[in-house]
Design a protein around this ligand. Structure first.
Ligand SMILES: [Zn+2]
Length: 323
């Protein structure tokens, strides 16, 4: 169970034990920094209990991920799975998302109302409240009433970074699980697999991520967006020869940076496979060869000049084909 949750072995073991024994608390606090799997674990928990293809009291297998319940929960479209966060509150109160600073009583009243109704499609109802430490006092008091008389087969998960602002009366009625920062190795393997990063790059980012996947992905997207804009420039803009020479001259000043740009362009080229398989394959071939040449100490500017002209040619040919 919980195979697809990174790290957090203790928590996974504890939850699996509770699921198997049927002794499941009504309320949890999933505590820890962002990007360590708190919310993801809540989704997985709901899928395991509501999956229609396995009897989890008897097996160690996780949720199937494919049955209707699993699928709807994954997409946050299940009528018995409620993610209550700033986005949801903005939608409910018809306000701007940027304006959401605290979780308000109106939002928690809606939770209360929904808790009181019967499950629509599955056995277990889930309410995941995030960021729970941002409930104001009124909202927290309102939630306490629900916790005092929790209905059967209803699980409330408060996802929080800390519990200083959560009233003790709520904390004492909940089981707190402490999510630890993830190991660097765990993060770097994830980055290699999910973002196709090289081992060296993945380790470099993992070291800066403070144990958080969210932080790691922010670091990547910063770099990817530079690569993306370069890629789009090459792909869509009709560049003059002088532009190309200028671009390769400025990029070749820093060899390592040039390799990073090429990595980011490789990631973009991979995304193009679905729509332009032929030109994506040709581009990837060029990019990987150029990357290797730079790493073999061939003159960076020469490699980049050739790369950009060849990429331009692929682009020109593929747009000619479209006509
Ligand atoms: Zn399922």
């Amino acid at each position: 169970m919980f195979e697809n949750i990174l790290g957090q072995q203790k928590i996974k073991k504890l939850l699996a034990g509770q699921i198997k024994s049927g002794k499941i608390p009504h309320a949890y606090i999933f505590m820890g920094q962002n990007g360590v799997g708190r919310k993801y674990t809540a989704f997985e928990f709901a899928k395991i209990l509501n999956c229609t293809t396995n009897d989890f009291a008897k097996t160690d297998t996780g949720a199937c991920g494919k049955c209707l319940n699993c699928e709807k929960i994954s997409k946050n479209l299940h009528p018995d799975f409620h993610l209550i966060d700033f986005a949801k509150q903005a939608e409910m109160l018809d306000e701007d998302f940027e304006k959401q600073k605290v979780l308000k009583i109106g939002t928690i009243r809606n939770v209360q109302k929904e808790v009181a109704t019967k499950a629509h499609e599955s056995k277990w109802k889930f309410f995941v409240i995030e960021p729970a430490e941002k409930m104001n006092a009124e909202a927290a008091n309102c939630l306490l009433k629900t916790l005092e008389e929790p209905p059967d087969n209803t699980i409330l998960i408060l996802v929080a970074r800390h519990k200083e602002t959560i009233p003790q009366t709520i904390v004492s009625r909940s089981q707190t699980l402490f999510f630890q920062p993830l190991q660097q190795d765990t993060i770097s393997s994830f980055l290699m697999l999910r973002h196709s990063l090289s081992a060296a790059k993945a380790q470099e980012i993992a070291a800066l991520s403070e144990g958080s996947i969210e932080e790691a992905e922010k670091l990547i997207s910063g770099e990817e967006s530079e690569g993306l804009s370069l890629w789009l420039k090459l792909k869509t803009k009709d560049m003059y020869i002088s532009d190309i020479l200028e671009l390769s001259r400025s990029m070749s000043r820093d060899r390592e940076k040039a390799v990073e740009y090429i990595d980011a362009m490789i990631a973009e080229a991979k995304k193009d496979f679905r729509f332009y398989p032929k030109s994506a394959a040709d581009s990837l071939d060029l990019l990987t060869k150029s990357r290797a040449l730079i790493l073999q100490n061939v003159n960076t500017q020469t490699v980049l000049d050739n790369l950009f002209f060849d990429l331009k040619e692929i682009k020109d040919n593929s747009s000619a084909l479209k006509i």
